[in-house]
Design a protein around this ligand. Structure first.
Ligand SMILES: Nc1ncnc2c1ncn2[C@@H]1O[C@H](COP(=O)(O)OP(=O)(O)OP(=O)(O)O)[C@@H](O)[C@H]1O
Length: 275
């Protein structure tokens, strides 16, 4: 007897039942977006609306443009020479984020990012969290203490580190470092948190903690997560967008994408037949 891989990912036990949640307004609106690296088109005619205080997963095979689109939301691609949105727009709260009067530094405070590999600064846990506030000129100890505690609690890390706040962030485990990076993003008061394969370097226990945290964070933040793990998308997202060769193939609530996708390419990908 040959064991076949499951054709669909079981999502019956997910706590996140969007069917029972009130509808959420659109926070990010992407219209007719074409994005280029030099002469290479990496995103082709993307139209997508992402709801506030929900988790949206971006899935698709390597090179399909997931990270590129993620980096458009906080204009991180501006840091790469030769990149350009040549057509279309991205609006957050109805404001086109490419407008010349939108300051990318301000934008990145509102749209925080957590990367594949955790990247704490080589500083104490306390300094990691307060760094963004200090460069804004906030130096009052009581205020910084308050933000440190709130951010670490928000990232489910406070109990593990409250007695070693002045030790190096680099002394934490991989999973703790990733939660420290989430706390650092939270500290500057974002609305949106982008996560680019945040668990790909973590073991299953650390991954489960981050997924649990994502579930908590969506009460206050809009989360977009790029993941190669179909199980992770099924477990922790409310909506899923499937990309292929720079195009958005299908976007729907996660249950629909995994249980009854309308596009045959989506079906083939989520059932593990390609990718
Ligand atoms: N800095 C860059 N310069 C030129 N081309 C790039 C750059 N970054 C990405 N690309 C190209 O853009 C396309 C989309 O890449 P992107 O990294 O967004 O895909 P992805 O779906 O996130 O892939 P992966 O799952 O492997 O991370 C690919 O063809 C890639 O080679």
């Amino acid at each position: 007897m040959t064991l076949q891989p499951p054709r669909t990912i079981p999502i019956e036990n997910r706590e996140s039942k969007i069917e029972n949640s009130p509808p959420s307004r659109t926070l990010i609106e992407i219209t007719d977006l074409d994005f280029y690296y030099g002469e290479k088109k990496a995103l082709d005619d993307i139209n997508l609306r992402l709801p506030e205080k929900r988790v949206t997963a971006f899935i698709g095979p390597s090179g399909c443009g997931k990270s590129t689109l993620l980096r458009c939301f906080n204009r991180m691609n501006d840091l790469i020479d030769g990149t350009a949105i040549r057509r279309g727009s991205i609006k957050i709260n109805d404001i086109d984020i490419s407008r010349p009067d939108v300051d990318p530094i301000e934008l990145r405070k509102r749209v925080g990012m957590v990367f594949q590999k955790s990247n704490p600064f080589p500083k104490s846990i306390y300094e990691n969290i307060t760094y963004g506030l200090r460069i804004q000129g906030i130096n009052t100890k009581s205020r910084l203490d308050e933000v440190v505690e709130r951010s670490l609690r928000g990232a489910a890390l406070w109990d593990e580190v409250k007695d070693r706040l002045h030790e190096s962030g680099l002394g934490l485990s991989g999973g703790q470092q990733q939660r420290l990076c989430i706390a650092r993003a939270i500290a500057v008061g974002p609305e949106i948190i982008l996560m680019d394969e945040p668990c790909s370097a973590l073991d299953p226990i650390a991954t489960a903690k981050i997924e649990e945290l994502i579930h908590e964070l969506k009460r206050r933040y809009t989360i977009i997560i790029v993941t190669h793990s179909m199980q992770q998308a099924a477990r922790c997202s409310d909506f899923t967008a499937f990309f292929y060769l720079g195009r958005l193939i299908e976007h729907a609530d996660t249950r629909t994408i995994f249980m009854s996708p309308s596009n045959p390419q989506t079906e083939a990908y989520v059932s593990g037949r390609f990718g």
